[in-house]
Design a protein around this ligand. Structure first.
Ligand SMILES: C[S@@+](CC[C@H](N)C(=O)[O-])C[C@H]1O[C@@H](n2cnc3c(N)ncnc32)[C@H](O)[C@@H]1O
Length: 333
């Protein structure tokens, strides 16, 4: 582990960060300049940063979005340093980040649980402090988001269980499982199931346990991502006119598809099929009077004059894959 007050620590500060000197020794001992170095659990990217410094090419992967962000920042800074040097050495300073599945958008644990429950077709149990959901008579606990599930995850579940009630149920039917349980996780300790069953047996309980590991069993699962938009009201002081202006639009499913296909988006307007605006939105009935549906070669404008009689303004932005974002904004002017 790295010294807590080392310069590297203050620059990066990742909990499991290794000293660069250690990686330097490993990389020098096992590769030549130009070789490709891969650390598939890269953490703060020490391996990649050192590989770059030593003129090696590199690959990295991590399940944790914080690790990706820390590493990306570190590598971009390292590339700047190296590119600023005058040297005959050959360095590989290009850095690109690829999203190879859908998990990176799990920024918020509660949101992640909701999306997982929805994608697996489960019934959410919002008021239950023990189980997150139910599916076909199985009680579901979602253990870890963006991290490997370990015994400490089920310790919390056991702490919340009504062991006495389960024991009574078990004594009525000593050979039958008292509960059917499904753990949903994103990577797990291979002994997790055995450890849980053992723990339950030590309490005199038989549990029918199934583990659904999203990374292993549900690789093809697609999560629907919510779109977002940035909409503001702007005033032109000279003409005294107000406008609705769409500053940005993030059609998440479409953006994801595009990033997989590796196309860059210069302007959000290129992603938009139509914009509809209702200037006097009566909650529930959307009656747009402004339609911006450009021809093949044009794009939408994104800025619209607000009519004098406007009240609550409701906007619907539809992307080229027919997915929409809708939002209401109050006209204060
Ligand atoms: C000890 S740290 C890595 C340290 C790094 N290799 C170094 O030398 O500085 C372990 C990393 O593995 C990541 N990790 C754990 N399970 C993973 C998985 N299934 N796939 C990818 N990364 C994972 C964690 O998020 C964590 O950042």
């Amino acid at each position: 582990m790295i010294n807590p007050v080392a310069k590297e620590r203050t620059e990066v500060n990742y909990p499991t960060q290794k000293p660069e000197a250690l990686l330097e020794r490993i990389i020098k001992a096992s590769s030549n300049p130009g070789d490709l170095i891969f650390d598939c659990f890269m953490g703060s990217g020490t391996t990649q940063a050192v590989a770059m410094k030593l003129g090696r090419r590199f690959l990295g992967a991590d399940i944790n979005m914080g690790a990706i962000q820390t590493t990306t920042k570190r590598l971009i800074n390292r590339a700047k340093e190296l590119n600023g040097q005058i040297t005959n050495e050959k360095y590989y300073t290009g850095v690109e980040v690829y999203n190879v599945n859908d998990y990176e958008f799990f920024r918020n644990e509660l949101e992640a649980k909701r999306l997982i429950i929805e994608a697996l077709g489960m019934q959410a149990l919002p008021d239950n402090n023990l189980w997150d959901a139910e599916l076909d008579g199985r009680m579901v606990a979602i253990l870890g988001i963006n991290r490997v599930a370990t015994a400490s995850d089920f310790e919390k579940i056991i702490a919340n269980m009504d062991i006495n009630a389960y024991s009574r149920k078990q004594s009525q039917n000593p050979t039958k499982p008292v509960e059917k349980v499904t753990f949903v996780c994103m990577g797990h300790d291979p002994n997790l199931g055995a450890m849980f069953k053992e723990k339950m047996e030590s309490l005199g309980l038989i549990i029918d346990l199934e583990i659904v590991d999203l990374l292993r069993d549900k690789k093809d699962l697609r999560f629907k991502r919510e779109s977002d938009a940035e909409v503001v009201i702007v005033q032109d002081m000279k003409s005294k006119k107000s406008y609705i202006e769409i500053k940005n639009f993030y059609p998440m499913n479409l953006l994801q598809k595009l990033s997989i296909e590796h196309q860059d988006i210069e302007d959000w307007r290129d992603l938009v099929d139509s914009i509809l605006i209702d200037w006097n939105y009566d909650e529930g009935t959307f009656s747009p009077t402004m339609l911006d549906t450009p021809d093949k070669r044009e794009t939408v404008s994104g800025k619209y004059e607000i009519p004098a009689n406007a009240g609550r303004i409701h906007i619907k932005i539809t992307d080229v894959l027919s997915e929409s974002w809708e939002g209401t904004i109050k006209n204060r002017g």
